[in-house]
Design a protein around this ligand. Structure first.
Ligand code: HEM
Length: 454
């Protein structure tokens, strides 16, 4: 493929004397991306002394990278660091191995399987309601922590069955958090010493990973030895067979998939919910419309599957919250071979950034892009909209396997919490974002007042 025949990719306008644009991408990614998106047309490159990077924000080109020519785009280097924690799970593996694992895991996420998890989701939410009932009226509580504990509890029980002891859920949550934070530090650090170098952080990461592996290995080993009937994700994964070879997952593969589902499946969902509570607090009229729908569909009952189909405004609020605050704020890929995108030459090994957050707020694609307007996700209004202008769950073959799980879970949680509480930020309180691999409230903190209803 000849480079000379193609249009040059415009450079970003801001340059650090030594580190090029990469400096600004790390220091202030969102502003940096917005400024350059406004000055360019669908694509620009970031200069850096170490790696070639392009940013792509035309939905057609996004579709090309994630779907049409996905075979040429492998996961970016950030995922390799995560693989140090998650091993070869679905999120981090590649190629034929990933394809085989995805085929085997997919049935565990089919609609009928998810429907069976409704009870677990309802029961876990009731536990959170009991916790929130203990918060004193004049005090704030960190709603982001409650959401994190709740979604971890749900994914743990969906994975290992509801009889799993609470202390195991807590251990997994604590160690996963430590290992994840240290892995994230490694992602953003320019110097990555191998994990075997005995620095304090490396030792701590290895200890946390070891503790996690032991908890999960013990559960898997115990499951092998018992003959009872289990109706959970672990059992589905244990029984899954490759359709060509009849092979089943090894215990190591099972562990990697369990850990991946734990990590991928709880923080993202908790963040989407936390941002939704903030948006509802900022938009009392939308909150009132949501509460009216919940009152009309559910009254005081807990939700059933049929109710979820009726809770359409609830679903629109969730969709709109993930537009404004997509938990996976950017998706990264690396070109394997040379390619051409929109007439521009992409060299092999180029890092390709798809900035979900900025695309979701692009004035070219969205009317009043920074406003919380759930109505824009009304089925009739959204019909025919560009599929890759909104992609909180990614797209193409690597689309989030847990998207329907997360949507169902969020609808249940939102409806049940709205039945019981009114969450509000204190007057004048603002929440800044922390942009790491995921889009978090600053310091993980979302302090809210909890007003009980009725
Ligand atoms: C609001 C909640 C969630 C969001 C925003 C989200 C977002 C994403 C995104 C953007 C990807 C694609 C990453 C890429 O292409 O590089 C992904 C992949 C994945 N997600 Fe989710 N996710 C959510 C919930 C869940 C849940 C609940 C589970 C499991 C129970 C889950 C499990 C996974 C797995 C295993 C993958 C890798 C799939 C593959 O490559 O085959 N996620 N998620």
């Amino acid at each position: 493929m000849q480079k000379a025949n193609h249009k040059p990719i415009p450079k970003n306008h801001k340059e650090h004397w030594l580190l090029g644009g990469a400096y600004y991408l790390i220091k202030d990614p969102v502003n940096y991306l917005f400024v350059n998106m406004a000055k360019n047309d669908g694509i620009f490159r970031i200069t850096s002394p170490v790696i070639k990077t392009v940013v792509i924000y035309n939905p057609e080109h996004i579709k090309y990278v994630l779907q049409d020519n996905n075979k040429n785009y492998t996961k970016s280097r950030a995922y390799k660091v995560l693989a140090g924690l998650l091993g070869q799970g679905l999120l981090t593996s590649e190629g034929d191995f990933w394809r085989k694992q995805r085929r085997m895991a997919q049935p565990a996420f089919h609609k009928e399987r998810l429907n069976a998890m409704l009870e677990t989701m309802v029961t876990c939410t009731q536990e959170t309601i009991a916790d929130l009932n203990t918060v004193k009226p004049a005090e704030t509580t960190n709603i982001a922590n409650h959401m994190m504990a709740l979604t971890l509890n749900i994914v743990a029980k969906a994975m290992f069955g509801s009889e799993i002891p609470d202390n195991i859920v807590e251990t997994v949550g604590r160690e996963l958090n430590i290992a994840n934070e240290l892995a994230l530090e490694r992602v953003s650090s320019p110097v990555k010493l191998p994990l075997w170098v005995p620095t304090h952080k490396n030792t701590e990461q290895l200890r946390a990973c070891g503790a996690l592996y032991k908890v999960i290995d013990d559960i898997i080993e115990k499951r092998h030895k018992t003959s009872g009937h289990y109706d959970d994700l672990l059992q589905m994964l244990m029984e899954a067979k490759d359709e060509d070879t009849g092979e089943q997952m090894t215990d190591k593969q099972l562990r990697d998939e369990c850990l991946t589902i734990f990590l991928a499946g709880h923080e993202t969902t908790a963040l989407a919910l936390s941002w939704l509570w903030k948006l509802l607090s900022d938009n009392p009229d939308k909150k009132a419309t949501l509460a009216a729908e919940v009152e009309q569909v559910l009254g005081n009952r807990t939700p059933t599957l049929e109710d979820l189909r009726q809770l359409t405004y609830t679903r629109m609020c969730i969709d709109e919250a993930m537009r404004l605050y997509p938990p996976a704020w950017a998706i990264g890929r690396r070109a394997i071979e040379a390619d051409v995108i929109g007439g521009h030459f992409i060299a092999p090994n180029t890092n390709v950034i798809l900035p979900v957050y900025c695309i979701h707020r692009s004035p070219e694609l969205w009317d009043k892009p920074n406003d919380f307007i759930p109505e824009r996700f009304d089925k009739e209004r959204i019909k025919g909209a560009d599929k890759f202008a909104y992609f909180p769950f990614g797209g193409g073959p690597r689309l989030c396997i847990g998207n329907n799980f997360a949507l169902m879970e969020m609808q249940i949680i939102v409806a049940m919490l709205v039945q019981h509480f009114n969450f509000n930020l204190r007057e004048g309180q603002t929440i800044e974002t922390d942009i790491l691999l995921t889009l978090r409230p600053k310091d993980g903190n979302m302090p809210m007042l909890v007003e009980r209803k009725g």
